[in-house]
Design a binder for this molecule. Structure first.
Ligand code: RNT
Ligand code: ZN
Length: 421
């Protein structure tokens, strides 16, 4: 049971919200039903476990920093994740990349991977009450070293990556089946040109063909859903990205797949919060990669900033939570990696709570009536309502530390476990 101070603060907050027509108990009930998919790659700087000491290479993405304690094995990554989940209120998910397979120390090529190479992850997820999401890995591999995968001009290399995609969907479906919770498998490829291309069309034609081949096998959507992730540019692919926003919007709509919106994959003043409502009108669903771009697609830890709040509010306002899959995507190696997970995920959940505490019916009525003055008054007033008391109460009820107390636990873990690696 939460202590008395937390309960009294909650009771006071409940009354304040009730006065504007918001039921805080209902908001809490809704909040517990929204899982966030934690990205495995924050734990080891996108290294993976294909070979001992594997490191992120290529793909136009980069983790910077060398904070001590990076997970080097499947067991270490699981221990770190368990620590993070224990400090985050609610039941969530794990988002795994194919390169994080458990191969028992024996190299398995990406076209050869099978559900059995992920069985220990599935068992672990089941034991921890987590759903799973999945991703083929189109980087950190000799066949991706020149920056091209599904758009490759060499038919053999392109086929290799198509086969990887096919293998990953089967694995994703098996995760969904065993865990009884739909797995979203997200295709992101780095393919693009550093300098101005002569032909922007041909790589995109090859990409359509590759994706169609990957998705050819019908899979029960209750077990598994496909998502495709657009991007603007990458390091070394500054001038052209085959899988651009327009490309994947067209692809996802025409093939009725999920579109992935990553907060760092658009022009700097373009916000994904603005895109959610449109995508939901045309695609069967949406996968969010909540991230934070600083000047570029830098994948900084998610803060409780204006854009995070805008994303969360759009998710809630859509009323289409069953079609929105919520994942995080950042990797900061310059700070404690477990803390990075906890900060970003707690912020995401806080933002959702703030969204759920909106008096949406009133705001919509004011808007329809054309009373934009009062709409603005209410929006501004909401900012100082005591949502933090509801958040503290939620954390206490879920048995996770209230306030920054969770960091003591991470410090202890750093001292006892991480620095000894
Ligand atoms: C890269 C994409 C992609 C990756 C992960 C590791 O820019 O955002 O989602 O971050 O697949
Ligand atoms: Zn992403």
């Amino acid at each position: 049971m939460p202590d008395q101070a937390i309960v009294s603060a909650y009771q006071a907050a409940k009354e304040r919200y009730a006065a504007i027509g918001v039921d805080t108990d209902a908001a809490i009930r809704n909040l517990e039903s929204i899982p966030v998919s934690l990205h495995c790659w924050q734990g080891d700087d996108v290294g993976g476990f294909e070979t001992a000491g594997a490191q992120l290479s290529g793909g136009g993405i980069q983790a910077t920093g060398n904070y001590p304690g990076k997970a080097r094995t499947v067991a270490e990554l699981r221990a770190d994740l368990e620590k993070a989940y224990s400090l985050i209120p609610g039941k969530h998910r794990l988002n795994l990349h194919a390169s994080y397979l458990d191969n028992g120390g024996k190299f398995v090529d990406r076209t050869e991977i099978e559900p059995k190479h992920f069985q220990s992850w599935i068992d672990w997820a089941k034991a921890n009450g987590l759903g799973m999401d999945f991703n083929p890995t189109y980087f950190s591999h000799p066949k991706a070293a020149d920056g091209f995968t599904l758009t490759h001009t060499d038919p053999a290399i392109r086929q290799y990556w198509i086969d990887h995609g096919i293998a990953c969907r089967r694995i994703g479906a098996e995760m969904g089946r065993q865990l009884g919770s739909t797995t979203v498998t997200n295709v992101w490829i780095p393919d693009g040109y550093k300098d101005v291309p002569a032909d922007r069309t041909a790589p995109r034609e090859r990409l359509i063909d590759s994706l169609d081949r990957i998705f050819a096998e019908a899979i029960d959507p209750k077990l598994h859903l496909d998502a495709v992730e657009a991007k603007l540019f990458g390091i070394g692919a500054e001038s052209y990205t085959a899988g651009s926003a327009e490309f994947y919007t067209g692809y996802a709509v025409s093939r009725q797949r999920l579109l992935t919106l990553d907060a760092g994959h658009y022009h700097p003043t373009e916000m994904i919060s603005e895109k959610i409502s449109s995508v939901l009108l045309f695609c069967p669903g949406l996968l969010l990669h909540v991230s934070r771009p600083v000047r570029w697609d830098s994948d900084h830890v998610v803060l409780l900033d204006d854009e995070l709040l805008a994303i969360a509010k759009e998710i809630v306002r859509s009323g289409k939570l069953d079609r929105i899959h919520l994942g995080l995507d950042y990797f900061d190696a310059s700070i404690n990696r477990v803390a990075a997970w906890v900060i970003g995920t707690r912020n995401m959940i806080k933002a959702l709570l703030i969204g759920l505490l909106e008096p949406s019916a009133t705001l919509r009525r004011l808007e329809v009536e054309g009373d934009f003055t009062q709409r603005l008054v209410l929006f501004e007033e909401l900012k100082s309502l005591p949502w933090a008391a509801v958040w503290d109460y939620y954390c206490a009820n879920k048995g996770v530390p209230v306030g920054a107390g969770w960091f003591d636990e991470v410090r202890r873990y750093e001292r006892d476990v991480l620095v000894k690696r």
